[in-house]
Design a protein around this ligand. Structure first.
Ligand code: ADP
Ligand code: MG
Length: 689
C-alpha cells in the first residue's frame, strides 16, 4: 500500500545504506516520511546565475564556474587563506576560504562548481568569501537552473546527496499521503499533500514554496489543536465521583471576615469556578491574573467550597516561601471557622510529616498546602476533591497531572500570574478553560519605575531611607544566574553585610536566598512580614507570589540580567498596598535587547503588554521557559509569525471535534493516525487515544 511507503524506514530509498541511515537518524530522520518533512531552510535561486564581476560589493551571490588555479597564503600564524581562481564564463574571480587547506584537493583544476558567498571588490579583483560550495557534475538537474533547496545538514551529508534522496522519495509517493479531509483542503485553499511536499522541496517559483509552507504550518497546528480538543472532550466526558453542596455557612463566614470587598473581576471568575465545581465533569481551569490581582483569595474560596462539601483540598506552590505564605495567610481565617489546615514542604520534620500524612489519609485534615512535597508517593488523600496549583508555569505538565492523580478526577484549578499572550495560552493550555481577573483591587497606584545607571545607587539608598522613615519596607534583589553558583551567592551575602554596616546602618537589613534552610527562610520572611526587617536583600527566591503589602521599594541590581517576565514578577512584589511604590532598575545594559527590556519596564506596568513585548524580543521558545512546559517543537510553524494560522487552526479543530467527537467518521481516521504519529510517542501529555 502506498501509505506504507511513507512509513518505511529510510533505507527503503535505494541510495540509503546502513551507514547513511545512521547519519540521517542524527537529523531525526527515521522514515521516508521524516525525510520528506526535513524541510529546506532556504532556497537558492539558480535560475539566473550571474557572473561575479557583475555583482556589487557586499552582495550575496551564487556563481557557477570552473576552477583554474589554487593558492594558499599564510598572512599570519594560524591563518591559512585558500584562494581558487575561478572562471565564470565572463571573467575570473577568486573564491576565498579561511583555514580549510583541504579545499584544494576537493576542487582540483577543471572542476565545475557552484560557489555561494559574499562579494568583495577592491583593486579591480573580485573575491567571493565562500559560505557554501557544491561540485556541479552537469548531470544533476536538482542542483542547477532552478530554485534549489538548501537543507540543514550534519557533517557526513551534503546538499546534493540529500536533494537526490528527497527526489527519490518524492518519486515513490505517487498521489498518496494525504490525511487532511478534502473539506478542509478546499475551505482553506491548501495544496494537497503530494503537491505540497513536492513544492516545498523543489518549487517552481517562490509562490509555490510559500503555499506549500502554508499547508505544512496549517496541518501542524491543526493536528496539535485537534489533539488538545480531543483531550478536552475526553476530560469533559469524565465523571467525577464527588459532588459539591450549595454554598453554605463556612463560605458566608469567610467572605464576611474578609477585610475587603471582592472586585468585579474576582466575583466573575469565582462564578465561573463555582459553575465548574457544580458540573458533573471535573474542572480543568486556568486562572490568569496579573501580579497582585488577588488570585489567592479565589483559591481559598474554592478550597472552602470543597471542605464544606466534605471533601479535601490541596494547594501546591513552587517555593517553600510561597507555600509558607499561603499557609500563614489562610491559617487564621480558616481555623477560626473550624477548618483543619496543614503545611507540607521538603523542610517538614519527619515526625510532623508522619502525623500530617496520617491526618490527610484519614480525612481529618481538610486543606493541605505545600510544595512539590505534596506529590510524593506516600501522600494519600482520603477524598481529594480539589487540587489547586499556584504559579503553575513553574511546574511541568507532569507534576500537575501527578497531583490530579491523588484523587478520583479531582477538580483542578491552576493559577498563573505570568501574563501569557493569547497566542501562547491557546497553544500551551488549549486543553484548559481560561478565567481572567482583568483588574487590580481598587486603590492600587501604578508602581513608579526608573531605569538608572549604577552611579545612581546612592540616590536609591536615599529613597529606601526615606520610605523606611515613613514606616515602609524595601527589597534589594541581586541577580543569580543559578541559585547554586557560590560566587554570586557570596555577592548577596557580602552586600547585605556591607549595607548593614554602611549605607543602611540605621535600618535592620535581612538576607534571604535559596540555599538557606527552610527554617531560616521562614524566620527571615516572618520577620520581614512583621515589619522588623526593613530591608530584605534577596536573590530571586522572592520572585513569585510573595505578598508583603507594606513593602514599597524594589531595587533590582544588574537589572539587565533578568528577562522581562522576571522583572515584571519582581516589580509585582511592591505596589500591593495603597502606598505609592517604586521600582528602581539599576543597570548599564550592554545589549540592544537589554536596553529594550528596561525601556519596556519603564513605559508600562501592564503585564500583558510586557508579555507581548517579551515574545517579540525573544521569541516564543524562550518565553518563561515554555520549553519545560511541554510545548512541542514545531517543524514548520513559527508561533510568532504564524499566530493567525494558530487561531484558525484552533477554530477548525474545535469545529471538527464538535461534528465528530470521537473521531469515528471515515475522514477522521487518517487524521487520528497522523495525530498519534506526531504527538503520541512524544509524550502522553496530550493523552489522546
Ligand atoms: P496574586 O494574584 O498575585 O496571587 P494575591 O492573591 O497575593 O495576588 O493578592 C495581592 C494582595 O491583594 C494581597 O495582599 C491580598 O490580600 C490583596 N487583595 C486581594 N483581593 C483584594 C481585594 N478585592 N481588595 C483589596 N485587596 C485585595
Ligand atoms: Mg499569587
Amino acid at each position: 500500500m502506498a501509505d506504507n511507503f511513507l512509513l518505511r524506514p529510510v533505507q527503503g530509498i535505494k541510495m540509503v545504506g546502513p551507514r547513511r541511515a545512521v547519519t540521517l537518524q542524527k537529523l531525526g530522520i527515521f522514515t521516508i516520511k521524516d525525510l520528506l518533512y526535513h524541510f529546506p531552510r532556504r532556497y537558492e535561486d539558480r535560475t539566473r546565475l550571474r557572473p561575479a564581476g557583475a555583482c556589487a560589493h557586499g552582495e550575496s551571490v551564487t556563481v557557477r564556474g570552473t576552477v583554474l588555479t589554487a593558492q594558499d597564503l599564510k598572512p599570519k600564524r594560524g591563518l591559512t587563506v585558500t584562494k581558487l581562481a575561478v572562471h565564470d564564463g565572463v571573467g575570473i574571480f577568486y573564491a576565498v576560504w579561511f583555514n580549510q587547506p583541504f579545499i584544494k584537493k576537493n576542487l582540483p583544476r577543471g572542476t565545475s562548481v557552484f560557489i555561494t558567498g559574499k562579494v568583495e571588490k577592491g583593486f579591480g579583483a573580485t573575491q567571493v568569501i565562500v559560505e557554501e560550495y557544491e561540485v556541479d557534475d552537469g548531470q544533476d538537474s536538482l542542483s542547477a537552473g532552478r530554485l534549489v533547496p538548501v537543507y540543514p545538514l550534519s557533517a557526513q551529508l551534503n546538499q546534493r546527496l540529500l536533494r537526490l534522496m528527497v527526489k527519490t522519495a518524492l518519486d515513490g509517493i505517487g498521489s498518496s499521503g494525504e490525511f487532511l479531509p478534502g473539506e478542509i483542503i478546499r475551505k482553506f485553499a491548501l495544496p494537497g499533500f503530494a503537491e505540497a511536499v513536492s513544492d516545498i522541496h523543489f518549487p517552481v517559483g517562490l509562490s509555490g514554496a510559500e503555499s506549500a509552507r502554508r499547508r505544512f504550518v496549517f496541518e501542524e497546528l491543526f493536528l496539535f489543536q485537534l489533539a488538545l480538543a480531543v483531550r478536552r472532550r475526553h476530560i469533559a466526558g469524565r465523571r467525577k465521583s464527588h459532588r459539591y453542596l450549595p454554598e453554605g455557612k463556612l463560605l458566608k463566614l469567610f467572605k464576611k471576615n474578609l477585610p475587603y470587598q471582592l472586585t468585579a473581576g474576582q466575583l466573575k471568575v469565582w462564578e465561573e469556578i463555582s459553575g465548574d465545581l457544580e458540573a458533573p465533569a471535573p474542572m480543568n481551569r486556568l486562572l490568569q491574573g496579573d501580579v497582585g490581582a488577588g488570585k489567592t483569595v479565589i483559591s481559598a474560596l474554592a478550597l472552602l467550597r470543597a471542605v464544606e462539601s466534605g471533601l479535601q483540598g490541596a494547594l501546591m506552590a513552587p517555593t517553600e516561601i510561597l507555600a509558607e505564605q499561603h499557609y500563614l495567610g489562610m491559617k487564621d481565617a480558616l481555623e477560626s471557622i473550624g477548618v483543619q489546615i496543614g503545611l507540607l514542604t521538603g523542610g517538614t520534620k519527619k515526625k510532623d510529616r508522619d502525623e500530617l500524612l496520617r491526618r490527610v489519609r484519614e480525612g481529618e485534615l481538610q486543606v493541605l498546602i505545600g510544595t512539590h512535597a505534596l506529590i510524593q508517593e506516600d501522600v494519600d488523600f482520603q477524598k481529594l476533591g480539589l487540587a489547586v496549583v499556584d504559579e503553575q508555569h513553574r511546574f511541568g505538565v507532569r507534576q500537575r497531572a501527578t497531583l490530579e492523580h491523588k484523587g478520583h478526577y479531582p477538580d483542578t484549578l491552576v493559577m498563573t500570574a505570568t501574563p501569557i499572550p493569547r497566542t501562547l495560552a491557546l497553544t500551551l493550555y488549549g486543553d484548559l478553560d481560561i478565567s481572567v481577573i482583568g483588574e487590580l483591587p481598587p486603590g492600587r497606584r501604578p508602581v513608579k519605575t526608573f531605569a538608572v545607571l549604577p552611579s545612581a545607587l546612592p540616590k536609591a539608598f536615599n529613597l529606601i531611607r526615606e520610605q523606611a522613615a515613613l514606616g515602609r519596607q524595601a527589597y534589594i534583589v541581586c541577580p543569580l544566574v543559578e541559585e547554586s553558583e557560590k560566587i554570586d551567592l557570596q555577592a548577596a551575602v557580602d552586600l547585605a553585610e556591607n549595607l548593614a554596616r554602611t549605607e543602611l546602618k540605621e535600618l535592620r537589613v535581612g538576607l534571604l536566598h535559596g540555599r538557606m534552610k527552610a527554617e531560616e527562610k521562614d524566620e527571615i520572611m516572618a520577620s520581614f512580614r512583621r515589619g522588623e526587617i526593613k530591608v530584605l536583600v534577596s536573590t530571586t527566591v522572592i520572585e513569585v507570589g510573595v505578598d508583603v503589602p507594606n513593602a514599597t521599594v524594589m531595587l533590582i541590581l544588574d537589572a539587565d540580567r533578568f528577562g522581562l517576565a522576571q522583572l515584571h514578577q519582581l516589580r509585582g512584589r511592591v505596589g500591593r498596598g495603597s502606598h505609592q511604590s517604586y521600582c528602581i532598575l539599576l543597570a548599564s545594559p550592554k545589549t540592544e535587547e537589554g536596553r529594550a527590556r528596561l525601556k519596556a519596564m519603564t513605559t508600562t506596568t501592564d503585564g500583558f503588554a510586557l508579555a507581548e513585548e517579551d515574545l517579540r524580543l525573544r521569541g516564543p521558545g524562550e518565553f518563561c521557559g515554555t520549553r519545560q512546559s511541554g510545548l512541542p517543537e514545531f517543524k514548520a510553524a513559527d508561533l510568532l509569525r504564524d499566530w493567525r494560522v494558530l487561531e484558525t487552526a484552533r477554530e477548525e479543530a474545535l469545529n471538527w471535534v464538535k461534528q465528530d467527537p470521537l473521531l469515528k467518521k471515515a475522514e477522521s481516521q487518517a487524521l487520528l493516525s497522523e495525530m498519534k504519529e506526531r504527538f503520541g510517542a512524544a509524550g502522553n501529555f496530550i493523552g489522546v487515544g
